[in-house]
Design a protein around this ligand. Structure first.
Ligand code: FE2
Length: 315
């Protein structure tokens, strides 16, 4: 079976993530980011990740017409059938039938999955477990799925969601603010790297604790931005376009930049990483407890029945 996924969905506006293509065929996975080919970080200028997709077809020696299933992330608005027709017939030559039958073809060939469910499936699929509890922490998903934290159970790849939360006041955004402050733009992994060179600073930790708290369904980060940065066209370089240098200069003026003033970057990273680990472990313990309470409630009739039978036998 040949499965292709592209992010974002064609003609959908998603500026927060790297546009990319992935192809699954004969137990091989091909995956590539468009920005790696165009040299435009967070590539926002294409209608769909066309170059990475074509390279994948070439690499795996297949053509778009032979793809069995196309997977797209859920969009904010319903995908426009005319735009899809343009995409599949004119741009890709994946659909060669007549226009009237296109709607049915789409129903069979295109599957839409929510952003956070994709995160969940990618993790449980690689975990080797058949069932268990899952948790997602994310900065805010995308316009098609604005949840920031989801958790629940999975059984044979079927997920059953128990909890979710929305909005940008979340632990992943805390990490994003720290990343921005350290000068790493959206490269969050670099904060984890530099943390190894720093020490946990208890004064700073106390200050972070004032803007973070755990509730039933999420870890809340009270974020504040004081000023929006203005575009800086002096940094424009046509050969090496970088949106962060021009439209989103950093670091932002935020409550995190205020709190971290005077501390060195390695210590800020080490302290932030440490506090995130502690909060996530606490959150995991909370949901584990909640899950067992749910189980007890669900099977309370069964336990009542067992108890009653035993009691009867004794008498
Ligand atoms: Fe995400």
């Amino acid at each position: 079976m040949k499965i292709v996924s592209i992010y974002p969905a064609p003609f959908d506006v998603q500026l927060r993530h790297e546009a990319n293509s992935a192809i699954l065929y004969n137990n091989k996975i091909y995956a590539y980011e468009e920005g790696k080919i165009t040299s435009v970080k967070n590539e926002p200028t294409t209608l769909f990740p066309e170059k990475s997709l074509m390279l994948g077809f070439k690499e795996l020696k297949i053509i778009p017409e032979n793809v069995d299933l196309w997977v797209f992330p859920k969009t904010q608005n319903k995908l426009d059938l005319k735009a899809l027709y343009l995409f599949f017939s004119f741009f890709l030559k994946a659909y060669t039938g007549n226009r009237a039958k296109f709607k049915n073809w789409i129903k069979r060939k295109v599957k839409i999955v929510k952003h956070h469910d994709l995160h969940t499936y990618s993790s449980i699929g690689c975990s080797g477990y058949k069932n268990g509890l899952y948790v997602n922490f994310d900065g805010g998903g995308d316009f098609g799925d604005t949840r920031n934290c989801t958790w629940g159970t999975f059984n044979n790849r079927k997920i059953n969601e128990y909890g979710k939360s929305f909005g940008l006041n979340n632990i992943a955004c805390f990490h994003a603010f720290i990343t921005d402050l350290c000068g790493f733009k959206s490269d969050n992994g670099k904060v984890t790297g530099i943390a190894a060179y720093g020490k946990i600073n208890n004064n700073l930790k106390e200050k972070f604790l004032k803007v973070l708290k755990i509730t039933n369904n999420q870890i809340i980060f009270t974020r504040k931005r004081y000023k929006n940065s203005k575009p800086n066209l002096n940094n424009l370089d046509v050969n090496e376009y970088d949106r962060y240098k021009i439209l989103n200069p950093f670091p932002a003026h935020s409550n995190i930049s205020k709190i971290c003033k005077g501390f060195n970057l390695q210590d800020i990273a080490a302290t932030a990483e440490n506090i995130i680990e502690e909060f996530i472990i606490k959150f995991l313990k909370n949901i584990k407890k909640k899950f067992y309470k749910r189980l007890l409630r669900k099977y309370s009739f069964f336990w009542w029945f067992v108890f009653k039978c035993k009691f009867k036998r004794k008498n």
